[in-house]
Design a protein around this ligand. Structure first.
Ligand SMILES: Cc1cc2nc3c(=O)[nH]c(=O)nc-3n(C[C@H](O)[C@H](O)[C@H](O)COP(=O)(O)OP(=O)(O)OC[C@H]3O[C@@H](n4cnc5c(N)ncnc54)[C@H](O)[C@@H]3O)c2cc1C
Length: 346
């Protein structure tokens, strides 16, 4: 059994590598960030609150992810989220949703999947080279660039981040990557010392899918288990179009830091004002923190569940690969499983 290098320790990379390890391969993950999970992300805020600022909640659609969810529930890692679901298009309408959350945030699930595996953090793969026997990966780590030899490689990163690695090796595969499109998203994490009483139950919690020009999502994340008592933590996520306009303005100001700061502040105020038209009082925060996701949910996927290349020992996977059950975590899970299967068959 050979060595497999997995580039990226998000949902797809973790699932793929665990399957290959179970088959007897030696698996090494290379992850550019300090933590694992990618967009399965939880941010701790200065006042002790936390927010799931990438994936909003866990809601499996495919049978395999439902089965894994059941195991995670039995292990006490996932919990049904008791918050009430709503839709907003001028007024709030109840929309019950089966959603799960994790104690201390969904990133805990990625940490659980990563436990006891050889995951090398802060290791950004910059070049992939074909050798006589397999692959050499060039890695920018914390110190000097280093190299890793592997028999097979899985690129489990968003399509635009796989492109510079694959383009020099396989023009057809690179063309497939170029056709993938993601929606961008701004996540504004907000805390409040208090929230005025109104139509929503702040004790039970709430989440709202909004049809608003600025906001697509609002949720009271402090209603998830083990959140800090005495602090209300709210997640506001923008519509993709609003974020695209923000990016155009940001690019125009790139070299002027004070103008960038002013734009960021104005954007935060705009998002808070929009939120207050849906839930009164949300424009009076205690603290705010803005995060920009260049790649959030896939809008135009690749046409197959795995990206095959001219070498059977090099495949790509992730949420950008043909989502049979829609985009998001299900797509990442199914593509990760399919990539392990593709390497096994090669
Ligand atoms: C704001 C937002 C809201 C979302 N809402 C939902 C939702 O409600 N429901 C849902 O199902 N999904 C949602 N998603 C999408 C979901 O998060 C993704 O589909 C899923 O997490 C993707 O997993 P992945 O493993 O394919 O990619 P990622 O999670 O992006 O993992 C890729 C990993 O590769 C690493 N990496 C990248 N380049 C390199 C490199 N060169 N070297 C080493 N490492 C590298 C990254 O750091 C990252 O950890 C949302 C995402 C966002 C951002």
């Amino acid at each position: 059994m050979g060595t497999v290098a997995i580039v990226g320790a998000g949902m797809a990379g973790l699932v793929c590598g665990r399957q290959l390890q179970a088959l007897g391969h030696q698996v090494i993950w290379l992850e550019k960030s300090r933590g694992v999970g990618g967009r399965l992300a939880t941010r701790r805020l200065t006042d002790g609150a936390w927010v799931d600022h990438g994936v909003r909640y866990w809601a499996p659609r495919c049978a395999e992810l439902q089965q894994m969810t059941q195991q995670l529930v039995e292990q006490g890692l996932l919990y049904p989220w008791a918050a009430e679901g709503f839709r907003w298009a001028g007024e709030l309408v109840e929309q019950p949703t089966a959603a799960y959350c994790a104690r201390q945030g969904l990133n805990a699930i990625a940490k659980h999947l990563a436990k006891n595996h050889d995951i090398r953090r802060q290791q950004r793969v910059t070049v992939l080279t074909k050798t006589a026997t397999g692959w050499q990966l060039t890695i920018d780590g914390m110190d000097e660039p280093s190299y890793l030899q592997a028999d097979a490689v899985v690129l489990a990163v968003p399509a635009p981040q796989a492109l510079p690695l694959l383009a020099p090796l396989d023009a057809a595969a690179a063309e497939s990557l170029q056709s993938v499109r993601y929606a961008p998203c701004l996540s504004l994490m907000v805390t409040y010392g208090d929230l005025p009483t109104g139509p929503l139950n702040h004790q039970r919690g709430w989440h709202i899918t909004a049809e608003h020009p600025v906001l697509g999502w609002l949720s009271l994340d402090s209603s998830k288990p083990a959140s800090r008592p005495g602090v209300y933590a709210v997640l506001l996520q923008s519509q993709a179009q609003f974020d695209a306009e923000y990016l155009v303005q940001l690019d125009a100001l790139r070299s002027d830091q004070s103008a960038v700061d002013a734009l960021q502040q104005a954007t935060i105020i705009q998002m808070l004002k929009a939120a207050a038209t849906i839930v009164p009082g949300l424009d009076q925060p205690q603290s705010t923190r803005l995060h920009r996701w260049r790649y959030s949910v896939v809008q135009k996927p690749h046409s197959a569940v795995v990206l095959e290349t001219r070498w059977p020992s090099l495949v790509g996977c992730g949420d950008w690969c043909c989502p049979a059950n829609g985009p998001g975590l299900d797509a990442a899970y199914q593509s990760g499983v399919a990539a392990a299967e593709a390497l096994r068959c090669s």
